[in-house]
Design a protein around this ligand. Structure first.
Ligand code: IVH
Length: 574
């Protein structure tokens, strides 16, 4: 751009990127390739780096999060954030319509119906078209300031569409949620890293948004939809439908699936249609919200203390079914964590047959007081791991003894140790479950990146007794590999080569690959930088670890205990 100043070019790039963000994240209709988008984005980053004085908070490059806070500060909402009364029966919907007609003294009412998103409610404030503040609902009057976290959400415009003349002050309400596919990917990533998975997309969204470290929020796939104008400067749209259209024109995401209903019968059919498409939607909804369309009528009816009189949540029947716990098994994960698992008499919940449900940990089993033989309600949130919602007491039943975690690992028989609510097997690589997990982790992309050493091959190597610890990988021979099913000359050579390659890996990746508790990618990097060599690290004392910023007592204890163990030192030596 020979004729434009950096300032002009930056403004043009931001406009263009904002436009494509909107098409991609809100409209789901991208017009340029990812590569083209990356090019624009990189150019903007470069210009902003070269001209830091031109960098502003509303630039699309500023969605990366900021250093962690000590706590989330509180903000008072401009207007209280109300909740909704909910109903579950058809008759209650008709009664709601009757009540509206009586109170408004009319025989004809138009409603707008839209999905009830299962996420967490937020308030967004825009001044002069710029996103300036966002908060969680909290108790309805005072919420938590999550502005910097919200800024990382791609579908949230940092700047409203100026061409549509947005109001100078605007407060909107919306829902932050996580798509089901993204939720599953996130949970898989968390479990692979040895972190605890989220129970459902709503918890994942809430946990991700209410973060002290907005960089974590930035790494989580959150989505936004907006469904209410709480306040604005100037003339408000006359109906709820127009309100949604106005929000969309200003660049805010709104529920795409919605209907303006000319009668309560149309509302009922919208509810049925929505229920029917529930399983094919990419996100969780738990009902439909029915709102009086005319805003003057909304104002006329006003609110009760906690909820408006002019809207109602018509909830779907919960996807819960009753069944019996036939047994409680205990599975062992990569880091040795024992997870109790309820084996159920198979039952169909929302079209899916369920025969097992996670019980998370021992505290959870105790809190729900579930035992073998108990009758329980199982719940399925979307397509995710089913959970036991609650025990259903059966009059006159005689119950078995409470469940206790085994004191020996069900896989290898080693002693089980306890850490808070978690129990874990102390067998480390003696335990086949942990050994397989440890090797998979060691070979993974972000660690030693050994191509050709996936889950299946790891299982073969362990089961054939060829690999009993990580060091054994380096004494494998091609002849050994050729005895395994599915291996041919070429695949064996390739695996041998990638194992050989992995010897040249950086200290950081090696540390990460060793699978030391509490040592993930980031801490591995910090340690590698600080200590430089493995020998120095192995010789370091707890005090020396503690002197490193970001390393607290838990990590330093985990490091010293790992390096003091003879077995681990031996593996490293070899
Ligand atoms: S309207 C004053 N519309 O449901 C009316 N709420 O149970 C404000 N929710 O706290 C709410 N989808 O977080 C509205 N389309 C939708 C919604 C919705 C989900 C949530 C919202 C609210 C809760 C009430």
């Amino acid at each position: 751009m020979p004729h434009s100043t950096p300032e002009e070019r930056i403004a043009a790039l931001r406009r263009e990127i904002r436009h494509h963000d909107h098409l991609y994240y809100t409209k789901d209709r991208p017009e340029i390739s990812d590569a083209e988008y990356d090019r624009l984005f990189r150019e903007l980053v470069e210009l902003e780096t070269a001209h830091p004085d031109l960098l502003t908070g509303d630039s699309p490059t500023q969605r990366v999060g900021a250093p962690p806070l000590d706590e989330l500060s509180k903000v008072a909402h401009e207007k209280p954030m109300l909740s909704l009364d909910s109903i579950t029966d058809h008759e209650d919907v008709l009664a709601f319509d009757q009540r509206m007609k009586r109170e408004l003294e009319t025989g004809h009412i138009v409603y707008t119906a839209e999905p009830k998103f299962d996420g967490l409610s937020v308030e967004l404030v825009y001044d002069q078209g710029r996103f300036v503040r966002g908060a969680t609902r909290g108790d309805g009057r005072v919420g938590e300031d999550v502005t910097i976290n919200l800024r990382t959400i791609r579908s949230l415009p940092l700047q409203l569409n100026a061409n549509a003349t947005p109001p100078s002050h605007l407060v909107v309400r919306g829902e932050v949620y996580m798509r089901l596919d993204e939720f599953q990917i996130l949970n898989r990533r968390m479990t692979e890293r040895g972190e605890e998975a989220f129970a459902n997309p709503r918890n994942a969204a809430a946990g991700s948004l209410r973060q002290l470290d907005s960089r974590i929020t930035a790494s989580r796939p959150l989505t936004l939809t907006c469904y209410d104008i709480m306040a604005l400067a100037g003339q408000a749209p006359a109906t709820h439908w127009d309100e949604l259209e106005a929000l969309a024109a200003w660049g805010l995401p709104v529920p795409e699936h919605r209907r303006r209903c000319q009668s309560i019968e149309e509302v009922l059919s919208f509810q049925q249609d929505t229920d029917a498409m529930r399983d094919s939607l990419p996100f969780e909804i738990d009902g439909v919200v029915v709102k009086l369309d005319r805003r003057d009528w909304q104002d006329q009816l006003g609110s009760k203390s906690r909820s408006p009189r002019w809207a109602i949540a018509y909830k779907f029947a919960p996807r819960k079914e009753i069944t019996v716990i036939q047994d409680i098994a205990v599975s062992v994960g990569r880091t040795g964590t024992l997870t109790p698992l309820a084996l159920l008499k198979p039952v169909e919940v929302g079209g899916v047959t369920i025969s097992r449900a996670t019980l998370h940990n021992a505290d959870e089993v105790a809190r729900k007081d579930v035992r073998i033989g108990d009758t329980v309600k199982v719940e399925r949130a979307g397509d995710v791991i089913p959970a036991i919602a609650e025990r259903v007491p059966v009059p006159g039943e005689s119950r078995q003894e409470p469940f206790v975690m085994p004191d020996h690992c069900p896989v290898c028989g080693s002693a089980v140790a306890r850490e808070g609510a978690y129990f874990y097997c102390t067998g480390q690589t003696v335990c086949v479950a942990q050994l397989k997990g440890a090797i998979e982790h060691f070979a993974s992309k972000s660690a030693l990146n050994i191509e050709g050493l996936g889950k299946k091959t790891v299982a073969q190597l362990v089961e054939a007794g060829m690999v009993r610890d990580l060091a054994d990988l380096y004494s494998l021979t091609k002849e050994q590999l050729l005895t395994l099913e599915g291996f041919a000359d070429r695949s064996a050579t390739l695996l041998m080569e990638s194992i050989e390659h992995s010897k040249a890996v950086s200290l950081e990746r090696l540390l990460m690959g060793l699978g030391i508790r509490q040592v993930g990618q980031h801490i591995a990097r910090v340690l590698a930088k600080q200590f430089g060599t493995l020998a120095r690290l192995m010789a370091a004392t707890q005090e020396e670890f503690l002197q490193v910023r970001e390393i607290g007592p838990e990590i330093s204890a985990s490091l010293t205990s790992f390096f003091s163990e003879a077995r681990n030192r031996d593996v490293i030596d070899r």
